[in-house]
Design a protein around this ligand. Structure first.
Ligand SMILES: NC(=O)c1ccc[n+]([C@@H]2O[C@H](COP(=O)([O-])OP(=O)(O)OC[C@H]3O[C@@H](n4cnc5c(N)ncnc54)[C@H](OP(=O)(O)O)[C@@H]3O)[C@@H](O)[C@H]2O)c1
Length: 359
């Protein structure tokens, strides 16, 4: 049993090392590239909250500006455009919170300069030599000492967190995922588009609007097929969920079906998941295992979890856990998580925290 003394000790340790971020991690110079975006801003916020010294947080974006992160003002520098410029600006660790096409060029260049890179785009996720990591699921993928590590797709993370627990308890045979994805999954342009459309729909004045990243109005609507749809009718996001789920769970042959949708929610992705397990399971045991799993929180609310209440929080919330009607091995649940946090910035920080800091 934990004594009061040890409980106090671990509470203090958490204050000083939230998300596993220790003094040794704080000794590193860390770049956040894409710091003005939805994910980059959140990463800066997490670093400030984790007490990373401000002078060792190097925020970069396309152009110079300043951002606010957890009450601190950070200067943002323009990303150098030459190799010499990059060399002069290099740090021990870089988080790339940039579009894939930028990450594709930047990550190898930074690795060559000796920087360890955690990329949040989809550019390298399926490359065999690049670990794709959710620290609660496959931390062993970091053991090889890779210099470039990929953070998974945010929808995939929401489903994978509970699915990894189910895989451990009774195996997975088939997985069907339907997503309900927030506007901010398309970054600042996505969020601002939804906010402007919502104002317009309420008859409120809307200032100058930027181009929408969505193929149709999102406010008061649902848009099926997140990202472009290929000749087989499968969307880019659906391909990512299928392929990345298999890689993270280490199950290349797993049957995964996905339908992705964009919904008029500001923040938090939701997934309805239908599973056929490999072996019979006991529902109380499975729920107990989910309750005990790090990073997962089970809710008993029959109408939860919901994105509005999960925004800004760390766990992936799982509810509506019930046996399905397709036999003893069928199971259904609903999961919600803040995709900018656990689906992106927080997961990336946890990856960095799991690595031995470099001096
Ligand atoms: N949003 C999510 O929920 C989420 C979740 C998981 C992964 N991701 C991935 O994370 C990455 C960032 O997404 P986001 O949602 O944060 O996008 P965002 O809000 O559109 O931000 C993009 C960031 O990239 C910067 N950038 C763009 N072009 C650049 C260039 N040529 N040089 C330097 N910086 C450049 C932008 O800087 P300026 O402001 O100066 O243009 C901005 O800081 C993407 O690859 C995305 O797929 C996003």
């Amino acid at each position: 049993m934990r004594t009061n003394e040890s409980a106090r000790g671990s509470a203090q340790a958490e204050v000083h090392a939230p998300w596993g971020w220790t003094d040794a991690h704080r000794a590193q110079h860390v770049s956040v590239i894409g710091a003005t975006g939805a994910v980059g801003r959140e990463l800066c916020t997490l670093l400030v909250q984790a007490k990373h010294p401000l002078e060792r947080i190097h925020a970069l974006a396309r152009a110079e500006c300043a951002i606010e992160a957890a009450g601190a003002r950070l200067s943002v520098r323009a990303l150098p455009q030459t190799r010499d410029g990059l060399h002069a600006a290099r740090t021990q660790l870089a988080f790339l919170c940039t579009p894939s096409e930028i990450s594709l060029e930047l990550a190898p260049a930074l690795c060559e300069l000796g920087t360890r890179v955690i990329d949040l785009s989809s550019a390298f996720r399926m490359r065999a030599d690049v670990p794709l990591v959710v620290p609660e699921i496959n931390p062993q993928a970091l053991a090889g000492g890779a210099r470039l590590i990929a953070n998974p797709n945010c929808t995939t993370v929401m489903a994978a967190m509970p699915l990894a627990v189910i895989e451990r308890i009774c195996g997975l045979e088939e997985v069907v995922v339907v997503s309900f994805q927030a506007a901010s999954g398309a970054g600042v342009p996505g969020l601002e588009t939804l906010q402007a459309e919502a104002r317009e729909a309420s008859g409120l004045p809307v200032g100058q609007r930027r181009a929408s990243p969505f193929p149709a109005q999102l406010a008061l609507n649902v848009i099926p097929g997140v990202a472009a749809v290929d000749e087989l009718g499968i969307s880019g996001e659906e391909h990512k969920v299928i392929a990345e789920m298999r890689k993270i769970l280490g199950r290349p042959g797993l049957v995964v079906e996905a339908t992705t949708t964009r919904v008029p929610v500001e923040r938090c992705h939701s997934v309805a998941v239908h599973v056929k397990t490999a072996r019979d399971y006991s529902l109380p045991e499975l729920i107990a295992a989910l309750r005990a799993a790090p990073g997962v929180e089970v809710t008993d609310d029959p109408h939860g979890p919901r994105p509005r209440e999960c925004a800004g929080l760390d766990p992936v919330f799982v509810g509506r856990i019930r046996a399905g009607t397709r036999g003893a091995r069928s199971l259904c649940f609903f999961a919600v998580g803040d995709q900018i946090r656990k689906g992106a910035a927080l997961n990336a920080l946890q990856i960095a925290a799991a690595l031995t800091p470099e001096s």
